[in-house]
Design a protein around this ligand. Structure first.
Ligand SMILES: Nc1ncnc2c1ncn2[C@@H]1O[C@H](COP(=O)(O)OP(=O)(O)OP(=O)(O)O)[C@@H](O)[C@H]1O
Ligand SMILES: [Mg+2]
Length: 336
């Protein structure tokens, strides 16, 4: 990501790791404590107006990365710098201020909206928490404006409704409105359309893209669907078992991918089914359990181009072209 280095980043994650202690039954009686490396030494940088796509199979650590970046998890190691400050050292009050700046949109809008709240209350609640607007009338006006901005017009038609009185697409628009009402500078969307009917996905995605550009947000969009990532993201990071194995400007990555795993992802057949798991036809088996990662490169047991070194040594990240990084023994730095 060297091309980003000359400008101001909204968010910078430096060598972040997240380990979970999990109990694994090695036989029917004993449960052994093991360490699950959900996020394993990741570096990311994003700047205003730019969207980073995070793509990879289920369990590779996308949501954990998002939660780390939002301060919802404390990293086991590493720093997360937002506008010059390390959020991992924040006290409660600083975290509250940071949460105002950093918002998330979840996969299931029905779960993320309180079913007992009318839409107006869903939207006004964050304004009350963060003391925005001098009275209820002013807060209601802010809520109306944001509803119209996300395409729910006229706002009065929706304010008195409960989430269950709206369609899935309308609920996701409300979730977007709630995320934007505090004027954040960072937005993370975790599989924002995978629960929605295929026919309305494009509308929600184009709304998200428009909001990110108009409001100059730094954004991260998580998906297993590369066509979606291609539509919305300026940069794409491919994750495998907690690591970023390739990262580049999206079009560059699509045209010229270097990691065998990215290759496999790009050749996976797109499938509109919301429960779709990436069907990787040109690699073997399923992703290994992150509790027992293979030695060397974690991808080696499934890699069609596996060499002896891949079984023994972890690869180091190399910048193969300007702004294009890959973690694979097949590739060396251009100058080395
Ligand atoms: N709180 C937790 N405690 C223990 N293990 C966890 C916890 N959260 C996640 N994990 C494990 O960490 C790994 C990464 O999980 P994560 O939810 O980040 O994956 P993901 O890429 O978002 O997957 P999906 O595409 O299915 O949403 C998985 O092996 C998961 O089981
Ligand atoms: Mg997830």
């Amino acid at each position: 990501m060297s091309s980003l280095q000359d400008s101001r980043y909204i968010l910078e994650a430096n060598n972040i790791r997240k380990d979970f202690n999990v109990k694994v039954k090695n036989n029917k009686i004993v449960a052994e404590e093991k360490i699950l490396k959900a996020v394993d030494n990741i570096n990311l940088k994003i700047k205003p107006g730019e969207t980073l796509g995070l793509v990879g199979e289920s369990g590779c650590g996308k949501t954990t990365t998002a939660k780390l970046l939002l301060g919802l998890y404390k990293p086991t190691e590493g720093k997360i710098i937002c506008e010059g400050t390390d959020i991992t050292a924040f006290k409660r009050k600083q975290l509250k201020a940071f949460r105002k700046k950093a918002q998330m949109i979840f996969q299931d809008p029905y779960e993320s909206l309180n079913p007992r709240f009318k839409i107006k209350d869903v939207l006004i609640e964050p304004l009350i928490i963060h003391k925005i607007g001098s009275n209820y009338k002013e807060q209601l006006k802010i809520a109306e404006d944001i509803l119209e901005e996300v395409g729910l017009k006229p706002a009065q038609t929706y304010l008195e409704r409960y989430p269950h009185e709206m369609s899935g697409g309308q609920r996701q628009r409300v979730a977007i409105a709630r995320a934007l009402i505090l004027n954040p500078s960072l937005l993370i969307a975790d599989e924002p359309v995978s629960m929605l009917d295929v026919s309305i996905r494009a509308g929600i995605l184009s709304l998200l893209r428009k909001m990110i550009k108009e409001r100059n947000l730094a954004a991260i969009c998580i998906s297993h669907d590369l066509s979606l990532i291609r539509y919305i993201s300026d940069y794409t990071a491919v994750m495998y078992l907690g690591k970023i194995v390739e990262i580049a400007p999206t079009e560059q990555l699509i045209k010229k991918r270097f990691h065998p795993y990215t290759e496999a992802l790009l050749e996976a057949v797109p499938n509109p089914d919301p429960d779709f798991k990436i069907s990787l036809q040109n690699i073997k088996g399923e992703a290994p359990n992150p509790v027992d990662k293979p030695n060397g490169c974690s991808f080696h047991p499934r890699c069609v181009k596996c060499m002896e070194i891949c079984k023994k040594e972890q690869p180091q990240q190399v910048e193969i072209e300007k702004g294009h990084f890959v973690l694979c023994h097949l590739h060396k730095n251009k100058n080395s």
